[in-house]
Design a protein around this ligand. Structure first.
Ligand code: MTE
Ligand code: MO
Length: 401
């Protein structure tokens, strides 16, 4: 099937779904983590996922996928801010323009990108800053994601630095702006644009056209997206149309209003108390998610059971994952995979045990990174108005029968 058909089909299928979800961030209802069912409707190139909205598409990966270090493309979550996503992009005509404070403006085709620059490929976790938002108590505004607004994939593309070198930066260049190709439904909503300060740019920042060895899925930003390993994915602009180098920071909605946390990271905000000074969310904190067993699973008494899941941080690397099978009374060290996918990828963990008490039990996982930073208990999590950066110790409740 051609790409244009994919998207036509998406519109028809999604329209027919007529789900009761709201398209506004604030309008979604709260459900406890994991109590959600996948939608019976599959979007193009996707298996059925948990759906919050069909326009724009907001799709979450079910928890059981987080037993493997790479998230399959067809189960990878989807988040768009604007509903008007281009319905067809011709890969032969597509170009990305590089302009602004550059010595030479560039229009780079996909073929040029794949043949005229050094190609790089690595694995990295893509996580929305609002992942696990539904675990915040009291409720924090926004899509009430469970823990599936994240995934890990291999990304192949070209270093942004190499592209900027080719264009040549003028000496007063300071900011790089990235534009997505979709449009807002109403003119008041700004386009999806992010800016990166030149000082934040390193060799790991790439423009990727492949995800897990295939073209990017349409809904994950075909044909080209920005990859910033270690950063929350609000900066990973999808379906890039142009890169503009500037001297002045432009005031932008998605940089200045959304995806920010209090500058003070030692005190909690409350619904009544909002800290005036905020900063962009940027780097991810340490986190782990249990992929097996799932909430509500029944485990047989004395049966050999292996708790499995994934852990990650912003690239410092995972040192240890601790697992408790008795609601946090005792903890044991989980086995980690060899880490061969690199420091920006998931580390898979496993922990074998035999349940020896009948009834409900809580299984917990806590990751600790190489800096010694660890996941806090959910009661110690700093609450913030945007509901960002939740990384409380993960837990699932099972029943031993
Ligand atoms: N063009 C564009 N890029 C975007 C967004 C968007 O709305 N438009 N949303 C961002 C946010 S907030 C997230 S969480 C990720 C989601 O990436 P995914 O849909 O591939 O999972 O894309 C980011 N890049
Ligand atoms: Mo996001």
């Amino acid at each position: 099937m051609e790409r244009r058909d994919f998207f036509k089909k998406a519109a028809v299928v999604a329209g027919a779904a007529a789900v009761g979800t709201s398209t506004s961030e604030a309008g979604t209802t709260v459900q406890p983590i994991d109590n959600r069912k996948v939608s019976p409707v599959a979007f193009p190139e996707k298996r059925p996922l948990i759906m919050y909205s069909d326009r724009p598409p907001l799709l979450e990966t079910p928890r059981d996928v987080f037993t493997s270090v790479l998230t399959p493309n067809d189960q990878f979550f989807v988040r768009w801010h604007m509903p008007d996503i281009p319905t067809y992009i011709d890969p032969d005509k597509f170009t990305i323009s590089v302009n602004g404070l550059v010595k030479k403006e560039l229009m780079i085709s996909l073929t040029d990108l794949k043949t005229k620059f050094e190609q790089v490929e690595f694995a990295a976790v893509l996580q929305c800053g609002g992942n696990s938002r539904s675990a915040f108590k009291p409720i924090a505004g926004g899509i009430q994601w469970g823990s599936g607004a994240m995934g890990c994939a291999t990304w192949k593309g070209v270093r942004l630095k190499d592209i900027l070198d080719k264009a040549g930066l003028k000496k007063d260049a300071k900011w790089i702006g990235f534009n997505g190709s979709e449009k807002a439904a109403y003119y008041e909503t700004p386009n999806f644009v992010r800016e990166l300060e030149l000082t934040e740019l390193d060799d790991k920042v790439i423009l990727a056209y492949e995800m897990n060895g295939e073209d990017l899925p349409y809904l994950n930003g075909y044909p080209l997206r920005l990859i910033i390993p270690g950063y929350y994915s609000d900066s990973w602009v999808k379906m890039l149309s142009n890169i503009t180098v500037t001297n002045e920071y432009k005031s932008l909605f998605f940089m200045d209003v959304a995806y920010r946390v209090p500058d003070n990271e030692t005190e909690s905000e409350t619904p009544e108390k909002k800290f005036p000074k905020t900063k962009p969310i940027k780097k991810m904190n340490v986190k782990s998610i249990i992929g097996y067993p799932l909430n509500g699973d029944k485990l047989s008494l004395k049966s050999h059971t292996v708790v499995r899941g994934v852990a990650f941080d912003d690239g410092h690397g995972i040192e240890t994952v601790m697992v408790s099978t008795d609601a946090g009374k005792t903890w044991g060290k989980a086995l980690l995979d060899d880490g061969s996918l690199g420091r920006y990828a998931y580390r898979a963990f496993r922990f074998a045990f035999k349940p020896n008490t009948l009834g409900k039990t809580v299984i917990m996982a806590k990751a600790i990174n190489k800096l010694g930073e660890e996941q806090p208990l959910s009661k110690d999590i700093l609450w913030n108005h945007g509901g960002y950066k939740y990384n409380g110790i993960d837990e699932v409740t099972v029943e031993v029968v």
